[in-house]
Design a protein around this ligand. Structure first.
Ligand SMILES: Nc1ncnc2c1ncn2[C@@H]1O[C@H](COP(=O)(O)OP(=O)(O)OP(=O)(O)O)[C@@H](O)[C@H]1O
Ligand SMILES: [Mg+2]
Length: 238
């Protein structure tokens, strides 16, 4: 059993989560299971409100769960105290949020450099790396733009560059191609898939975009707070 377990970047079982109390209580996760080996890109799909963002927020240690078990990169994020958990996340987890969460007052390049600076990377090195990441997502030349001077798709690519910059062992993306045209979405997904397939890290991508299914090793379907089935993408998805 341990031989299998060591291969898993994510091993989450029977995860439950409710928001609010009393009349306002909403069950977001009703016993969700997810396993993701290193080197795989797993897509999480399902109707709006089924619990996708809640599940990955728990995996990334951004949100606490009510029940179930969760091992992420060998640790239970919830077992860590706040400070160590934030440090753990900064070192190991890249997160692309559904809303891009860019800092509006600083440039694209500075936004990408933020996680590196937080980890203590010298400023010159962090800025060089963030310039390189912006070029990789097709934004060479936009280093000095502020987020609001960029289109939604461009902001989304800045957010992706920021998540990739620290070379995280787990990359979690919430709708990374929703604001992108087909061609840009494909090239961003090529970058994201490389994190799994070349670097051997684990990647979880939430999406409604069937055009990117072909990048997945497995597609995990959720409904009503649970995982309902898992499929391997077929030729039809290519
Ligand atoms: N902060 C919150 N407070 C109260 N309820 C919440 C909160 N966040 C999410 N919910 C509820 O929990 C359920 C799951 O939400 P979640 O955001 O995880 O869904 P989702 O699958 O990511 O949906 P979408 O595809 O629309 O992003 C929904 O019913 C939602 O309304
Ligand atoms: Mg969501």
């Amino acid at each position: 059993m341990s031989a299998v377990a060591t291969n898993l970047a994510i091993d989450a079982a029977d995860v439950t989560k409710a928001y609010g109390k009393g009349e306002n209580r909403v069950v977001a996760l009703a016993g969700a299971d997810l396993r993701v080996p290193y080197g795989e890109l797993v897509m999480l799909v399902g109707p709006s409100g089924c619990g996708k963002t809640t599940l990955i927020s728990i995996l990334a240690g951004l949100l606490t769960r009510d029940g179930g078990s969760c091992s992420v990169l060998g640790v239970d994020p919830q077992a860590l105290r706040n400070g160590p958990r934030t440090a753990w996340r900064g070192r190991n987890v890249g997160f692309v949020f559904q809303q891009f969460n860019l800092v509006p007052t600083v440039t694209a390049q500075e936004n990408v450099a933020i996680p590196l600076l937080i980890q203590g990377t010298p400023r010159a090195e962090a800025m060089a790396r963030s310039g390189e990441m912006l070029r990789k997502v097709g934004l060479g030349g936009r280093e000095r733009s502020l987020p609001l001077q960029m289109s939604g798709g461009q902001q989304q690519r800045v957010a992706i560059a920021r998540a990739l910059a620290p070379n995280p062992r787990l990359l979690v993306c919430d709708e990374p191609t929703s604001a992108l045209d087909g061609a840009t979405g494909q090239s961003v997904m090529e970058l994201v898939a490389r994190v799994a397939h070349e670097d051997g890290h684990a990647v979880v991508v939430i999406t409604h975009d069937e055009r990117i299914y072909r990048f997945a090793n497995r597609i995990v379907h959720m409904d009503d707070g649970r995982v309902t089935r898992t499929e391997v993408p077929t030729k039809e998805h290519a």
